[in-house]
Design a protein around this ligand. Structure first.
Ligand code: CA
Length: 239
């Protein structure tokens, strides 16, 4: 990994990031670069301690290694998803090249994005900023309803026929974006750009994984999400 890249524009935001990574060298380098970018950074080197700290401090974002002592990263994400205090905290996973299955499981479980080691600190800072930017409260009306769907943008809660459904912040943003443009096919590159802040071929898979998980969570209403061959996705209009 390289040291701090002087060409990055570091925004001043005091958002709190927790790094859960047992490789102290990596954790320290990541912390250094995030602090340079204006984040308040904390780190722990054990999965179980990580989960406890996430529950206690409720950071704005978690950078989570998958292979951890104490409790592995996938289990940490699962526990976060079960807890209303932590289910909407975004997670950026760190994975080794060989952990492709785990990476997909991580995305399916609720991680928002991932980086494969070795990664550049610049890329990590950009991804972190992109995730946090898309999680910021959207100006305008706080409640958006679409048929049986109700989105509360204030606290990213989602209701289906008045039943709360736990969506990750990425799923929330993706579904809201599609519902606000119902009946019009949305290009997959645009979706990646709007929801993730960037697009490339690798992340095509990320989009499909999130859509699959959204469909599972929506049950019978998943039929409203249509795959538009060669384009992307659309939400069918509700009469
Ligand atoms: Ca590790």
């Amino acid at each position: 990994m390289q040291p701090v890249d002087p060409t990055i524009h570091y925004d001043f935001v005091m958002e709190r990031v927790l790094i859960v990574e047992d490789e102290v060298d990596i954790a320290t380098l990541v912390a250094f670069n995030l602090e340079r970018a204006g984040f308040a950074v904390d780190m722990v080197h054990n999965g179980r301690e990580g989960l406890e700290k996430i529950q206690k401090d409720q950071p704005d974002l978690v950078i989570l290694d998958l292979m951890l002592p104490g409790m592995d990263g996938l289990q940490v994400i699962k526990e976060m998803q079960r807890d209303t205090r932590t289910h909407s905290i975004p997670v950026l996973m760190l994975t080794a090249k060989s952990q492709i299955d785990d990476r997909i499981k991580g995305l399916e479980t609720g991680a928002d994005d991932y980086l494969t080691k070795p990664f550049s600190p610049k890329e990590l800072v950009l991804r972190t900023q992109a995730i946090l930017k898309r999680n910021q409260a959207t100006p305008g009306s706080v409640i958006f309803t679409f048929g049986p769907f109700r989105f509360d943008k204030n606290n990213l809660s989602f209701f289906l026929d008045d039943t709360p459904i736990q969506l990750t912040s990425t799923e929330f943003k993706l579904l809201l974006y599609l519902c606000q443009r119902a009946g019009k096919p949305q290009d997959r590159n645009d979706l990646l750009k709007v929801v993730w802040g960037y697009n490339d071929d690798v992340h095509s898979r990320t989009l499909d994984t999130h859509m699959k998980r959204l469909r599972q969570k929506l049950g019978e209403f998943s039929s409203h999400i249509e795959t538009v061959r060669g384009v992307g996705y659309q939400i069918r209009e509700i009469e």
